[in-house]
Design a protein around this ligand. Structure first.
Ligand code: 5RP
Length: 229
């Protein structure tokens, strides 16, 4: 089965976590895109009554296109569920996110949600986080100083993310530094705390203790993995 088919299976299966009346965080990326397309179809064709909160400008554009009614997080008391993709998840359901540069809004929305459902294919499952370079959102001001400080803290190469030869700017006007730690993040909570202590760091792409469910697609079908409590 090709990867795109797996993404579609996982993305669509996660719609099982959404019912009429819910306020739903809409994640960012090429897997959760299939969730958003299917939710839009159910809104248009089946009368599914939901309000969505997008985690990026790209997701907002897609949600509007497919007809999902949207609201500002500030105008809601909280969200029932957020469905989002991931770049890696470990056996404790700690995540690396931010491959699509949307980690700050994704984390704000995840923290406002009662439940986080992650959609993934089995390439995202790892024993130890870090083979995927860890995305870190940093301020444009003195970004090379912050980048070097991150290198000292993590003892690895840190590369500023570019898009067509220029520094990539996030939806929040910040930059992304990708830390090439290798698969060595054995204590993601300590790593997040150490990075957040740097003044130029806005947010870290480690999503610790947030994910409750992984909807995982592989060539043997879709499995729902629930976090062990
Ligand atoms: C965006 C993210 C994405 O959810 C993550 O990169 C996974 O994306 P995809 O489903 O395209 O692999 O964190 O900031």
């Amino acid at each position: 089965m090709d990867v795109e088919a797996l993404k579609k299976e996982a993305g669509e299966a996660a719609c099982a976590y959404v019912r009429s009346g819910m306020k739903v965080g809409l994640g960012t990326g090429s897997t959760v895109k299939y969730t958003i397309l299917e939710l839009g179809r159910r809104v248009r064709e089946e009368g599914l009554d939901i309000v969505g909160v997008p985690t990026s400008i790209a997701t907002k554009t897609l949600a509007v296109e497919v007809g999902i009614p949207l609201a500002d997080l500030d105008d809601l008391p909280g969200l029932d569920v957020v469905i989002d993709g991931t770049d890696e998840f470990d056996p404790s359901f700690q995540l690396i996110k931010g491959g699509g540069a949307a980690l700050l809004r994704e984390k704000v929305v995840a923290q406002a949600s009662k439940r986080m459902v992650v959609v993934a294919d089995d390439r995202k499952r790892v024993d130890v986080l870090g083979a995927f370079p860890l995305p870190i959102e940093i301020t444009p001001f003195s970004h090379n100083t912050t980048r070097r400080s991150i290198e000292s803290v993590l003892e690895c190469k840190v590369v500023m993310r570019e898009d067509s030869g220029v520094l990539l700017q996030t939806d929040n006007g910040n930059l992304i530094a990708d830390a090439h730690t290798g698969a060595s993040i054995t204590d993601p909570e300590a790593t997040e705390t150490a990075l957040l202590a740097l003044a130029g760091v806005v947010q870290v792409g480690l999503f610790n203790n947030m994910c409750d469910v992984v909807v995982l697609a592989s060539s043997s079908g879709v499995k729902t993995l629930e976090k062990k409590v």
